[in-house]
Design a protein around this ligand. Sequence first.
Ligand code: NDP
Length: 247
Amino acid sequence: MNEQANNQVAIVTGASRGIGAAVAKRLAQDGFTVVVNYAGSAQAAEAVVNEIVAAGGKAISAQADVSKAADARRLFDAAEQVYGGVDVLVNNAGIMNLATVAEFKDDEFDRLFDVNVKGSFNTMREAAKRLRHGGRVINFSSSVVGLLQPSYGPYAATKAAIEAATVVLARELRGRQISVNAVAPGPTATDLFLTGKSDELVDRLARLAPLERLGTPDDIAAAVAFLAGPDGAWINGQVLRANGGII
Ligand code: NDP
């Protein structure tokens, strides 16, 4: 199943479930050696690793809460110790909670920024110091940065921060042949999107895009694989909205 090994090592954060799990499997299929990061779901991460290995790929799981700087360092340490270096960082780990500006709760706001912004910065800092020449960073934004619906304020703000940081880091890495881009999915069928929504709401949101369905984790993994692989080599400092045309 996996293409010829390309000798490149990819860390995928939040790869135990949802989009991250699909990205890990797709990159392994494309020949990358994959570090499957998770925060709490050890069994699910191990299942992703087992699936990759059973298909002829190479992977390990690695626990790290990316919102903690020491954990982010430990994640890169683990990848370097086992595989000798890191070429690709996919900064997929993220959480979502929705609240109007009038109603947001301090602890939820802090956790959102800790995981989505600080978490991505913690791993970007390691990547900026440690990625091998020619590497790739693929961050995760969201199409809500374009849609800007009520109740998405704090979450959209975390993702707007990621879009800004993506371009800044692309410029800071001049001279190392490392590209930095972001993928911005639209509504995608995962726990993060589906939890707490009625079937009617999911159906309505699914039909907003001209392609009239939800994205699948594999749709998003394909966009990441493009940016991580040879065909994405000339893309740098960009945000790729993968959303069926919703915005
Ligand atoms: P899920 O909730 O399905 O999965 C989230 C993953 O992130 C899990 O593997 C989880 O690990 C991990 N994670 C959460 N917090 C941390 C942390 N502190 N450190 C390490 N890993 C962590 O989310 P999705 O797959 O839907 O989302 C993936 C990314 O895509 C996110 O950045 C999200 O914002 C973005 N996105 C999603 C959209 C959607 O509609 N689904 C739309 C636009 C953007 P564990 O299982 O161990 O908790």
